[in-house]
Design a protein around this ligand. Structure first.
Ligand code: TYM
Length: 323
């Protein structure tokens, strides 16, 4: 039977944070042993945010470095930079011509970003079509993402179904893989963790800064002695993803019992977090200064990804009458 193909991407718009890690990177890394895996740095998508050229170059390498440090295995996974496979922009155009304005006008992400003051450009509006092209060009079966990308997956499915109805069964209809427990990890202010909210906890960086961020996570005003509800405690919600069930149950019990303050929970969270990322930090510092290694991994990945993409685009050109 044909192996399932998994694909996902991340924008190089800043340092990778715990939301990215639990929402997408960890699930993808866990799956790379059992399914054919494509992972990429979405640098074309990053252009929608008017990022500076030097920042884009630097972030692309550092996000790739972080992903590999966390366990992405370039021997198993096709890991590449989105813009190294330019066929994806051709498919975006072809799909754009099949995508109704109404479908894109309904997308929350565009509305949220412009409401927050991001400059509304055509790329930002058409973002979901490029994302659909990313997924469909590699005939991906499954796409691990956080909940904020769910609607983009629905748009992708919609575009693919319409395309197939008109031109024949060419495109694979993908499915989102969203893990309930980590679909929308809260940030230090309680909103969804996001680079654009300034509430992130990064995977790597200076210990003192990261400790300060964790100790600064918002909580309610219950005192040390009060009984607390773990579900209302953000440090607990992050801790349970890092610590394993037994330790998480123990923290939940201590919170419920009272006599255990939010400061204690944050301290335990910091320790678990620092320990969890220790081996990844070690790996990262070993390859940190070897940007030619990262560049080579991405270049090799682009050759493989390009081969798959060209096959799909060739079929599509024929189907729509360009050939
Ligand atoms: P991006 O770069 O915003 O985020 C990368 C991944 O991290 C997930 N994520 C979260 N998950 C849980 N809780 C959070 N607080 C949190 N914050 C971020 C995101 O859901 C995402 O899975 N459009 C995509 C990149 C992309 C893509 C694709 C993804 C481009 N083309 C094709 C999949 C398939 C994005 O901006 O992700």
């Amino acid at each position: 039977m044909k192996p399932k193909r998994m694909l996902s991407g991340i924008q190089p718009t800043g340092d990778v944070h715990l939301g990215n890690y639990f929402g997408m990177m960890k699930p993808a890394i866990e799956m790379q042993d059992s399914v054919e895996t494509y992972l990429f740095i979405a640098d074309l998508h990053a252009l929608t945010s008017s990022i500076e050229p030097d920042a884009l170059r630097k972030n692309t390498i550092s996000v790739a470095l972080d992903f590999i440090s966390c366990g992405l295995n370039p021997e198993k996974t096709i890991f590449f930079k989105q813009s190294d496979v330019p066929e994806v922009t051709e498919l975006t155009w072809i799909l754009s011509c099949q995508t109704s304005m109404g479908l894109l006008e309904r997308c929350h992400s565009y509305k949220d970003k412009t409401a927050r003051g991001m400059i509304s450009n055509h790329g930002l509006f058409a973002y979901p079509v490029l994302m659909a092209a990313d997924i469909l060009i590699y005939k991906s079966d499954i796409v691990p993402v956080g909940r904020d990308q769910k609607q983009h997956l629905e748009v992708t499915r919609d575009i693919a179904i319409r395309f197939n109805n008109r031109y024949g069964e060419i495109l694979t209809i993908p499915e989102a893989v969203i893990r309930n427990e980590s679909a929308a990890l809260p940030g230090t202010d309680g909103q969804k963790m996001s680079k654009s909210y300034g509430n992130t906890i990064e995977l790597f960086g200076d210990e003192k800064t990261l400790r300060k961020k964790i100790m600064g996570i918002v909580t309610d005003s219950k005192g040390l002695e009060d009984a607390k509800n773990p579900d209302d405690c953000i440090p607990y919600q992050i801790y349970k993803l890092l610590s394993g069930k037994k330790n998480a149950d123990e923290m939940a019990e201590k919170l419920r019992a009272g006599g255990y303050g939010y400061g204690h929970a944050k301290k335990e969270l910091f320790d678990a977090y620092w320990e969890h990322f220790r081996p990844f930090r070690e790996k990262r510092s070993a390859i940190l200064n070897d940007s030619s290694y990262i560049e080579k991994v991405l270049a090799d990945g682009a050759v493989k990804a390009g081969g798959t993409a060209r096959k799909t685009v060739c079929e599509i050109r024929k189907a729509v009458g360009l050939k």
